[in-house]
Ligand binder design. Structure first.
Ligand code: HEC
Ligand SMILES: [Cu+2]
Length: 421
């Protein structure tokens, strides 16, 4: 295995990179040991084989709808127009290749048989037949054009990511996927999708179970049916690739670059894929599970997720202690206020100092709350209404207790909330 293949474009050394060689060696040694033993005791081997068959029967695996099939030899069932087109192209070219195969080998074997030496065949003496040469140039050329035309059409359609209903950013990590809904219904939702822990345990124990072995994730990607979904791919560490066979989609996720692809699932259901670019030792453990829902189910899912996000956000009625609120306020100050009021709180020019400011020191919290909330637009102090109640309470508490301001006052988010009305 080449180093770059294992570790992607970044020159970051991963010690596990050489594991396949190691494993091959171990497996070969094990196989040899087993053969040796088997040679000694055929009886034992027979017993072992029967046992193995029995366990196999117990662990019978079925086709996974939207995923791999048992002994599947065809492409997975297509559920997007692109996947249908790809399947058609595949069959079309297969037929052409088959026809060429039959024609070429037919002529060849016929000639070998018909003109064999034992029948007294004498080779022909013609040379440089213009007709034949033109034919074997023109015919393949026509065939290539015939194949290239529909193929180009499909490739162009695959790249057309315009007018998407939903845009989702997909980030490859060693070894999981991150999904961020960046445009369309569900905008703002974001989560990580990791292999289900139980699956990893089964793999470690060498006891695969279930039809979705190594394809089960904790949080599947959820999308609505019959909507054009644009997938933007990128990666955080090494090159990964996002691929779902039923959608006919496979797009590399490259660190520092954004690429895109799209799909429009025509059927509700669960569809599976995997990372398809060797990305390190857990490459086999970063599956993709896409749940395609009806429009109403999708809206319900979005509503649920939004509630979760809101619940995680700050509760304005939470009563804070001084030190966590100060720590948070320090960050809010550095991010929003320090540009004008300076890190030392002394201000500059028309920007009044906050250090020792009467407004800041005032025992009446409202004085500073209204100043920060509404600003003094005419004097160059912006309004900070866009910050959350907790952020405003935090930054005010911070200014009231930092530098030479040692008021010991604590401003709670609820006071800010009340002042907004
Ligand atoms: C764009 C520059 C700017 C930023 C950013 C800014 N301020 Fe101000 N701030 C001012 C100016 C200018 C004044 C003085 C207004 C005046 O003359 O009354 C002021 C005044 C104040 C006052 C009143 C001081 C007094 O003694 O009257 C407070 C309190 C205050 N700012 C807090 C904040 C906080 C908290 C933040 C961050 C959330 C912040 N400011 C961000 C420009 C800024
Ligand atoms: Cu990967």
């Amino acid at each position: 295995m080449r180093f770059e293949e294992c570790c992607g474009s970044e020159s970051r050394f991963l010690p596990h990179c050489s594991w396949p060689e190691f494993e091959t060696e171990v497996t070969t040694t094990m196989m040899m040991t087993n053969m040796h033993r088997a040679g000694r005791k055929w009886g034992q081997l027979a017993v072992a084989a029967t046992a193995a068959l029995a366990t196999q029967a117990a662990l019978a695996v079925n086709d996974l709808p939207g995923g791999p099939q048992v002994n599947g030899i065809d492409l997975q069932e297509p559920v997007t127009r692109i996947a249908h087109d790809q399947m058609w192209l595949h069959n079309f070219m297969l037929i052409i290749c088959l026809a060429i195969f039959v024609a070429v080998f037919g002529v060849m074997f016929y000639s070998i048989f018909k003109h064999r030496k034992s029948k007294g065949a004498v080779s022909a003496t013609f040379h440089e037949s213009v007709g034949v040469e033109i034919a074997w140039t023109v015919v393949p050329f026509v065939i290539v054009i015939l194949m290239a035309l529909p193929a180009t059409k499909v490739v162009v359609a695959m790249k057309d990511t315009t007018n998407a209903d939903l845009t989702i950013k997909t980030t490859g990590y060693q070894w999981k996927w991150g999904y961020d809904y960046i445009k369309g219904e569900g905008e703002g939702i974001g989560f990580l999708s990791t292999l289900d822990v139980g699956q990893r345990e089964m793999s470690t124990a060498g006891k695969p179970e279930g039809d979705n072995y190594l394809l089960k994730v904790d949080n599947p990607l959820v999308v609505p049916v019959d909507k054009k979904i644009r997938i933007i791919t990128t990666a955080n560490d090494v090159i990964h690739s996002w691929g779902v066979p039923s959608f006919g989609v496979k797009q590399d996720a490259v660190p520092g670059f954004v690429r895109d692809t799209w799909f429009k699932a025509e059927k509700v259901g669960d569809y599976y894929g995997q990372c398809v670019e060797l990305c390190g030792k857990e490459h086999a453990y970063m599956p993709i599970h896409v749940k395609v829902l009806s429009a109403t189910d999708y809206s319900a899912w979005v509503a649920g997720k939004m509630k979760e996000i809101a619940a995680k956000a700050d509760d304005p009625n939470k009563v804070w202690e001084l030190s966590p609120l100060m720590a948070r306020g320090e960050k809010v100050y550095a991010a929003n206020c320090a540009v004008c009021h300076r890190p030392d709180g002394k201000g500059a020019g028309p920007v009044k100092p906050l250090d020792a400011s009467p407004v800041v020191l005032s025992a009446d919290h409202m004085e500073q709350i209204t100043t920060v909330l509404n600003g003094r637009m005419d004097k160059g102090m912006p309004s900070w209404k866009a910050l959350s109640d907790t952020d405003i309470a935090a930054v005010i508490t911070f200014t009231k207790n930092n530098w030479s301001n040692k008021t010991g006052q604590l401003v709670q988010p609820a006071e800010v909330l009340a002042a907004r009305k």
